[in-house]
Ligand binder design. Structure first.
Ligand SMILES: Cc1cc2nc3c(=O)[nH]c(=O)nc-3n(C[C@H](O)[C@H](O)[C@H](O)COP(=O)(O)OP(=O)(O)OC[C@H]3O[C@@H](n4cnc5c(N)ncnc54)[C@H](O)[C@@H]3O)c2cc1C
Ligand code: SF4
Length: 621
């Protein structure tokens, strides 16, 4: 148990959450000599990554959450999902998105009450959700910040691309991004002439080369198809005492050699300043206000074992407070903070918007076999994408998207190499690669050289495309407090109401048509399956007069629940990420994005966190 040093020291700033946004702020404040305390709900980062690796190796299902605590399965090694009511700091996991589990509170942490399941997950462990991120570190395009001005859709951000540009630079150096600015200056993105990314790009894969060869010079629906290398938070050369990426395609859920950035890097630097204290296994439970409407303390509950009893309660005070608990737990904490009935709507919620406009980049997945080998299952999970479809006049009518080119064969799509291997050994055909030959009664069961040849041919030509679709902000998609489901500390679990709008679904239709066109250009054979009607993530769309079912996946990009704006009536925080209602309270992380934009969110989260750190330092003097 970490020492509750909370009351012994006078803190300048208390931060709730030790993910990327909390760690970035703590480091900047610590370097400037400010005294900082971080309350972190999850367990401490182990001294050795092998602790995480061991849990990953032994896990029966290699879902993104398994290397990390709390255990997805209890007892460890079994297939029994841990009951979230028994956990002190629970979190959602991807094992609970099936027809039978997504609404079952005995296994699903989130109390899902919407039409569709919210399908993204997050971590509650020091280092946060970025422990299992992919590393994609793109900038938003300028029009992402001005959707209303450009297209009369949704809202503008209260800051522009030019305002955030210097903070993008700082975030890229903090994370350690490998890229070349000569390839990233598309759709209005600009860089100062003397700026360089910290490291040269990660080389494109053979899958990238095959897609590039097929689409270069071609357009679809009037939009050019341009393959661009993806800026990555992974080392292409030694950086910050970490090694170069070895290219073994395990980035999600864990990079065994820490070539991929995760916030423990920044958190350790923050702790090394000597000014930052981290209290782990400490769940912030209430934000307390004084009679002037300022935050006067944050209450917390501690535990030693995530499945054990609470071991203590306490409170901390500081001059400033920062909530960095991510876009579901931050609004949950604010809504829980009722101050003995003095704030019945919770804290920072005079607008009534707290928890609303929950968004993601719901993902359309399409997979195919190339005509010639493209040798997937090598390199980081993705090294290039098609970014040219992220902006255009079409955004007046439908959602934009970026296309991620996957290097991991059909691992994401159908669970390969296992599914196809089992098919050819057992005479099954779950992969569709082992159809029944005409004169036989069943698919082939092979062995010896025939098996090896079939697998080599099958795997070497597999690839997939992932379309990250821009979701429209809707007040009808929200996080609130469950009135029926609680965690082991007695705190309400998040209740979620979620659906996809017609604007977002129209983006899916365009994504499907684009996938079909790219596979045609490549001469590839498509294997994307239509989901069953019973699949909770399936929805119907009209494609050229024909009703078809499409399916979405969560991208892990949880956005929008305490939006930033230019006045207290239309937003929760201002452009400095300061609560309109309580001047000594800041809410950082992607919850403050007014729209989901078209880049994976974390570089923007990091840039905004660094900007908030500057505001805090200015405030503190
Ligand atoms: C599978 C997957 C892949 C992803 N890949 C990418 C990618 O390639 N690129 C990208 O840009 N983004 C990616 N993301 C998203 C990225 O991980 C998140 O945007 C990022 O981690 C959010 O950072 P954060 O600091 O706001 O929140 P988090 O990292 O979630 O940190 C929040 C912290 O707060 C703590 N906390 C929560 N509640 C409390 C409480 N009550 N008291 C105290 N502490 C609390 C949590 O334990 C946690 O440590 C991915 C996400 C997933 C799930
Ligand atoms: S490819 Fe391997 S070494 Fe490179 S970042 Fe991913 S997991 Fe780490």
């Amino acid at each position: 148990m970490s020492t509750p040093a909370a009351n012994a020291t006078e803190y300048d700033v208390v931060i709730v959450g030790a993910g990327v946004s909390g760690a970035m702020i703590a480091k900047q404040l610590g370097l400037a000599g400010k005294k900082v305390l971080i309350l972190e709900a999850g367990a401490r980062i182990p001294v050795n990554t092998n602790d995480f690796m061991e849990r990953f190796y032994k896990a029966v299902a290699k879902v993104p959450e398994v290397p990390y605590t709390p255990e997805v399965f209890t007892p460890s090694g079994s297939l029994t999902l841990t009951d979230p009511a028994t956990l002190n700091a629970g979190r959602p996991n991807t094992m609970t998105l099936s027809e039978t589990t997504w609404k079952d509170p005995k296994v699903a942490y989130m109390d899902q009450q919407g039409t569709l399941p919210f399908s993204s997950t997050y971590e509650r462990i020091a280092g946060g959700t970025m422990r299992h991120w992919l590393g994609t570190s793109l900038r938003n395009v300028p029009n992402d910040f001005r959707m209303y001005s450009a297209y009369k859709k949704f809202v503008d951000w209260p800051l522009s691309y030019d305002d955030i540009e210097p903070w993008y630079e700082k975030a890229e150096w903090e994370i350690g991004v490998s890229a070349d600015k000569s390839t990233q200056n598309y759709l209005g993105i600009t860089f100062p002439p003397d700026y360089q990314y910290p490291m040269k790009p990660i080389p494109p894969s053979l899958v990238d080369d095959a897609v590039t060869k097929a689409v270069t010079g071609k357009s679809f629906d009037g939009i050019p198809l341009v393959v661009t290398e993806t800026p990555a938070g992974r080392n292409s050369q030694p950086y910050q005492n970490r090694r170069v990426c070895a290219g073994n395609t395990n980035c999600i859920p864990i990079c065994p050699i820490q070539a991929k950035y995760d916030p423990s890097v920044t958190l350790n630097m923050a702790l090394d300043t000597g000014n930052v204290t981290l209290m782990v296994q400490t769940v912030a439970s209430e934000i307390v206000l004084d009679s002037n409407g300022l935050v006067s303390q944050i209450n917390y509950i501690q535990y030693e074992d995530n499945l054990g009893p609470a071991t203590g309660k306490g409170s901390v005070t500081a001059k400033r407070y920062v909530l960095a608990a991510h876009a579901v737990e931050t609004p949950k904490l604010c809504l829980m903070s009722k101050n003995n009935g003095r704030t019945p709507k919770g804290v920072a919620n005079s607008s009534g918007l707290m928890g609303q406009n929950l968004m993601d980049h719901p993902l359309y997945l399409a997979w195919a076999q190339a005509a010639e080998p493209v040798f997937g299952f090598r390199g980081p999970l993705a090294t290039s994408g098609i970014e040219s479809m992220r902006d255009g006049d079409f955004r007046k009518e439908r959602a934009a998207f970026r296309i991620e080119i996957g290097n991991e064969g059909w691992n994401f799509s159908i669970g390969d190499p296992w599914t196809t291997t089992l098919d050819f050994i057992n005479g099954w055909n779950n992969s569709q690669l082992n159809p029944k030959p005409p004169s036989t009664s069943a698919p082939q069961a092979l062995w010896g050289p025939d098996l090896v040849n079939a697998l080599n041919d099958g795997f070497s030509r597999q690839f997939r495309l992932g379309f990250l679709v821009e979701q429209s902000p809707e007040t009808s998609n929200y996080v609130t407090l469950s009135t029926t489901e609680f965690d082991h500390l007695g705190l309400p679990r998040p209740q979620i109401v979620y659906d996809l709008s017609d604007y977002t679904k129209a983006g899916f239709v365009a994504a499907k048509k684009t996938a079909d066109a790219i596979f045609d250009m490549m001469g590839a054979t498509q294997f994307t399956t239509e989901p069953d009607a019973s699949d909770p993530t399936a929805f119907e769309v009209d494609i050229d007069g024909k009703t078809q079912r499409l399916k979405f996946f969560g991208a892990g990009h949880i956005v929008g629940t305490y939006r930033m704006g230019d006045k207290p009536t239309n937003s929760v925080v201002d452009a400095d990420q300061r609560s309109w209602d309580h001047k000594n309270l800041f809410l950082v992380g992607s919850g403050n994005f007014p729209t989901v934009a078209t880049a994976n969110p974390t570089l923007t989260i990091a840039a905004l966190a660094l900007k908030a750190a500057k505001t805090l330092l200015d405030d503190l003097g």
